[in-house]
Design a protein around this ligand. Structure first.
Ligand SMILES: [Zn+2]
Length: 71
């Protein structure tokens, strides 16, 4: 039996397999910008260069505070 899935905040947030755009507030300077939830590159803050998202096995690991989700 495959398909046992660990329920995470992410799975609750994004039940669909496709990507989503997420608005994230930079933890350092507070700048808000849109990220793709399945970003394959490191995403840095446009203002201060703080890393906001890092790819981690398919889904991007979001570092900042999520302030909105756009599908
Ligand atoms: Zn910043």
């Amino acid at each position: 039996m495959n398909g046992v899935e660990i329920v995470t905040e992410w799975n609750n947030l994004i039940p669909k397999p496709r990507g989503t755009f997420i608005r994230v507030a930079c933890p350092k300077c507070g700048n808000e910008q849109l990220l793709y939830s399945h970003a394959v590159n490191i995403v840095k803050c446009n203002v201060c260069g703080e890393i906001l998202a890092q790819p981690s096995g398919g889904k991007a690991g979001i570092k900042g505070e999520k302030t909105g989700v756009f599908e």
